[in-house]
Design a protein around this ligand. Structure first.
Ligand SMILES: [Zn+2]
Length: 302
């Protein structure tokens, strides 16, 4: 996930410059006085700083009067930035620069992308029509209300851990994504990935220079999906899962574990050390997704 934001901003500036040049040509064709002002302006480059400033503001006034005469907006010959705050540099502040709001927003979007959170499975996208009967719909609504509250009280919900379990196709991943999407929307750094993917990234980390573990142990919200389907690589899978579950539970960091396994099956697969942290009753809410599969109905509705 490499996003070169500097290149992005440079491209924005190139575009607005091209548009400005087009407007300059348009004005020059309209009235030679515009070109005369441009010539005057280019001479300012060779003037001492003090006088230059004054001359520039005089030229600007003349230009505005000329634009008005031709019925054009007064900023017609100013660069039109997408973000006037940072003039499409992504940075604001003098002399100490910081990231502009527009850049923070972009980074947030990239983070959502990198965190594999999609914008279709959200609380707003909840579909009552996929539930086969009233009882399961009521259950679905109850679970959603709980998850929504959890997401809205992040990064420190009253109960920091969720353990969502049940058979495939009951909407667990949907809820996990909806929580992460809401968190990202609220500016909370989040990561949603499958246990499989996590194992893969931990493995890749061994050949790289930086361990990926701190990202998983420290991110304010971690949604770990499909727990139990990942390969059990000796010295990797259980060890990294333990490190993550242990550090996150003792720091009370918001973590959503999603699995087809029950608590007992979890213990069989990973051992008590790991299972007890994932389902620690003092800090975990267990939610069972029961009932008929929603999958065929989801597909029908699409
Ligand atoms: Zn900006």
């Amino acid at each position: 996930m490499k996003h070169d934001l500097n290149a992005y901003y440079a491209e924005l500036r190139r575009r607005s410059l091209r548009q400005l040049e087009a407007r300059q040509r348009e004005c020059a064709a309209l009235d030679p006085a515009f070109s005369a002002l441009q010539t005057k302006r280019s001479r300012v480059l060779f003037m001492p700083a003090q006088g230059a400033k004054l001359t520039l503001s005089t030229i600007r006034l003349e230009e505005e009067a000329l634009l008005k005469k031709h019925g054009l907006p007064r900023d017609y010959l100013q660069p039109a930035y997408v973000c006037p705050l940072c003039r499409d540099t992504g940075l604001v502040g003098e002399p100490v620069q910081r990231k502009c709001a527009c850049r923070l927003k972009l980074e947030q979007q990239f983070r959502a992308e990198a965190a594999r959170i999609n914008d279709r499975e959200t609380f707003e996208g909840f579909r009552p029509d996929i539930y086969p009967d009233d009882v399961s719909l009521q259950n679905g609504r109850k679970i959603m209300a709980f998850c929504q509250k959890y997401a809205d009280t992040l990064p420190s919900p009253k109960i920091p851990q969720l353990f969502l379990y049940g058979q495939a196709g009951r909407g667990k991943s949907f809820m996990g994504n909806a929580i992460a999407a809401r968190a990202i929307e609220r500016g909370i750094d989040s990561l949603r990935l499958t246990a499989y993917r996590m194992t893969e990234e931990v493995m890749a980390g061994f050949s790289g220079n930086a361990s990926p573990l701190p990202r998983f142990t420290q991110v304010p919200l971690l949604v770990l999906d499909d727990l139990g389907t990942e390969p059990m690589i000796p010295n990797v899978t259980a060890e990294s899962l333990f490190a993550i579950a242990d550090q996150r539970s003792s720091a009370r960091l918001a973590t959503v574990y999603i699995s087809n396994l029950t608590r007992e099956e979890l213990r069989d697969r990973y051992g008590d050390r790991i299972a007890s942290r994932i389902t620690d009753a003092a800090i975990t809410k267990e939610i069972c997704f029961a009932g008929a599969s929603l999958r065929s109905r989801i597909e029908d509705g699409r």
